[in-house]
Design a protein around this ligand. Structure first.
Ligand SMILES: *Cc1c(COP(=O)(O)O)cnc(C)c1O
Length: 392
């Protein structure tokens, strides 16, 4: 059996090595604490759970769903964007239901990019933008995210001949893995440049509703004129602890929504209607208090983790959003060395920064989606390891 040659172009998955390492440690009876995965540990909002139970009892929900998401779901999403961001959306042409935003992100690249095209991809970044660009036969062009620039790409440094071949620009703020946020000025520049070069501006909004110290992230669609060139992915996964449910939406530019909907209707059948009903109940319920309670919990964890890392001599400023901390590997270790070191000496798993791209090399990510006491235990073990087994 021989796989398609395009499969050879996908980079090796670093998490596989990590998994093997964890498995080996656990077989040896070690109590491994994983700070690697960004997956909320708290239960889904109860309004969603109760609504799903009711919806499943209705046989109407058992049939094929609407390909584009039910009009009720799309209307709720439009209302949410109105309430939350002051952005007006036409539920019929500017909102599309997704089986999680990962699916929509991947398929939008297939709907837009082909051999000869460039896709502008931040580095480090959520790996899907890069791998799907490669699989679609298009060319990723890396936009370095550096601490010096607050992890915002330098769009003015993109050469004209790159803009000329570019089809899409991917942005993800609040940002995974760096925890960075976008300024309004940066968004305005991005919209202006994408309009000028006719490049679809793709905003991955997975963390729009995670925010600390009162921070509320803007939608890119708040920028005047953005809807002429931008699409945004809003996911219920992270703010409502619904990663397993697979429910999200693409919103914004109607041509891009139509391209994605056309592709998707040829390969899937939309999200399960009962899950859409649960999402409607959640969005319509005034979910702000739920969002605030989760943010308060992550903020408490953020503060204890930042303090612990600073005490280890690891410099880090508290991020305003996301449930990640992004920091240089201590003692000048490489990401991979630091990953192995903390597994070996602390039974703690961190994510090596290079899993998110070349510019993540030398960086580490920890996730705050773990029971607070367990998080503290993991950090204590890291501190003890650095004291008792100083890396050289
Ligand atoms: C978690 C995550 C997603 C995927 O979310 P789903 O809607 O659950 O598919 C997309 N983008 C980023 C940056 C993420 O961290």
């Amino acid at each position: 059996m021989r796989r398609a040659s395009r499969m050879n172009k996908i980079p090796p998955y670093l998490f596989l090595e990590l998994d093997k390492l964890i498995a080996r440690q656990r077989e040896m009876g070690r109590d491994v604490i994983s700070l690697g995965i960004g997956d909320p540990d708290q239960p889904t909002a109860s309004v969603a759970v109760e609504a799903l139970k009711r919806a499943v009892d209705n046989p109407e929900t058992h049939r094929y769903p609407n390909y584009l998401g039910s009009l009720d779901f799309r209307t709720s999403m439009a209302q949410w964007y109105h309430n939350r961001f002051g952005v007006e959306l036409d539920p019929r042409s500017e909102v599309l239901g997704l089986i999680g935003s990962k699916e929509g992100i991947a398929h939008l690249i297939w709907a837009m990019a082909e051999p000869g095209d460039i896709v502008l991809v931040p580095d480090p970044a959520y790996p899907v933008y890069y791998t799907q660009t490669i699989l679609a036969g298009a060319e990723p062009y890396a936009l370095p995210l550096t601490a010096e620039r607050q992890f915002l790409p330098d769009l003015s440094a993109i050469p004209e001949n790159v803009w000329a071949r570019a089809k899409m620009l991917w942005l993800n703020y609040p940002n995974n893995p760096t925890g960075a946020i976008a300024t309004r000025d940066f968004y305005e520049e991005a919209v202006q440049l994408c309009l000028k070069h006719d490049v679809l501006l793709c905003s991955d909004g997975a963390y729009l509703d995670i925010g600390f110290d009162g921070y509320q992230a803007p939608s890119i669609l708040e920028i005047p004129g953005a809807k002429n060139i931008a699409i945004e992915f809003y996911s219920l996964s992270k703010p409502f602890n619904m990663t397993g449910w697979r429910i999200a939406a693409a919103v914004g530019n109607p041509e891009a929504i139509d391209a994605l909907g056309t592709l998707k209707s040829n390969l899937d059948s939309g999200p399960f209607t009962a899950i859409q009903d649960a999402a409607i109940a959640t969005l319509d319920s005034n979910p702000i208090p739920f969002i605030q309670s989760m943010n308060a919990l992550y903020q408490e964890r953020r503060d204890l983790a930042v303090k612990a890392l600073n005490n280890m001599g690891i410099p880090i400023t508290p991020p305003r959003s996301t449930f990640y901390l992004w920091f240089p590997a201590p003692f000048g270790m490489s990401s991979q060395e630091a990953t192995n070191y903390f597994v070996q000496y602390a039974d703690v798993v961190l994510t090596p920064g290079e899993a998110y791209g070349d510019h993540g090399r030398g960086w580490m990510r920890i996730s705050l989606t773990i029971d607070t006491a367990r998080l503290q235990e993991g950090l204590d073990r890291m501190a003890r390891a650095l004291r008792d087994h100083p890396p050289v």
